[in-house]
Design a protein around this ligand. Sequence first.
Ligand code: RFL
Ligand code: PHB
Length: 390
Amino acid sequence: MNTQVAIIGGGPAGLLLSRLLQLNGVDNVVLERRSRDYVLSRIRAGVLEQGLVDLLQEADVHKRLKAEGEVHAGFDIAFHGEVCHLDLAELSDGKTVTVYGQTEVTRDLYDALDAAEATVIHEAENVALHDLDTDNPRVTFELNGQTQQLSATFIAGCDGFHGPSRQAIPASVREEYELTYPFGWLGILSETPPVGEELIYAGHESGFALCSMRSRKLSRYYVQCPSDDDVADWSDDRFWEELKSRLPTADANALVTGPSIEKSIAPLRSYVCEPMSWNRLFLAGDAAHIVPPTGAKGLNLAASDVHYLSRAFIDYFNKGGESLLRDYSKTALSRVWKAERFSWWMTRLLHCFPKQNNFEKNLQSAEFDYLQSSHAAKVALAENYVGLHY
Ligand code: RFL
Ligand code: PHB
């Protein structure tokens, strides 16, 4: 098999890249390790920046998003019971975010790719990258027990944090920057109406909590927990009790509880790999970087990478331009580091750090007081939350 761009990974980054390339006449093949049902069963992000919404419109996969997605013009940050409202629209010249599940974005992309008869190969096992520093890079994989080969002009590594693409950059070239946090997020999905119209991020002495949603009937809630906690130890009752104890009283009283339909623990990590490209290989999304979910930036960063990378491939194949590909890593990393900074800042503001001393606790309180009292601080938060321009 031969193609112009071999895309490893059929998550949101890989599928969106495939769709944008296909609409611009660039031939590509997606290789995904999992089944489609498995990919569509993963509950992940929920908050889309306007930049991603625009990109989904460009990819012509926006109709359901426009009909079912909820535009949010603000959210609350609570700290030890005090509430600060962020009017995103007022603070950022009318910009907003859209609440629409990553699972639905993925489903819409699959539907569009199917309709266009794009090649997405599922359950491709033992994917391996070869000859990246030659003009003829290749990917080998196993499908139904048979070894197959895909030759391409370029390879796009969109295979998430645990995929093989990043590892194909020699260790002598790769710089890795990493912070791990001594806690995770326990998340549940429940068929209950959300506690309010907008998201609530809450910092509390026993830990962070987040009230989010997928629709008017489906809620998504998170509580900070020790990273080695076992999800089996968290009954629904224990979860609801913990969540309530961390929310401002009015929100705790308004909370509608019910059985969870999904429950999982995600570790928190900040990570960047530099460079994001090496010879014929280009990384995008979680394959190159991870942010803690506090700022809702992971999926949105995957989207901005795909924006830069799709333009670079299209320019190369349709006009012979090489400069966008050459500059891809530098261009993408400049936005990545700003999102890393913001996600780290919001995580530090709202979480309980086990070894935090009183000085650090007072700094956290001062940070929240400053946010509450300063228009400039609110503008800075809003500018980052709605997403920096790309
Ligand atoms: P993905 O989604 O991990 O997709 C990578 C795909 O590659 C496949 N793969 C392979 N394929 C072939 N061969 C191999 N050897 C392979 N190894 C892996 C995988 O099966 C998968 O299908 O990465 P991508 O596309 O870069 O997308 C990134 C986003 O998924 C991620 O950043 C977000 O979900 C992060 N995130 C959030 N981001 C936001 O922008 N807003 C949010 O509100 C938000 N909330 C979240 C989140 C992530 C969370 N977790 C679970 C860490 C909330 C949570 C709880
Ligand atoms: C979610 O709805 O899953 C969600 C929302 C906001 C975040 C993280 C996750 O910051």
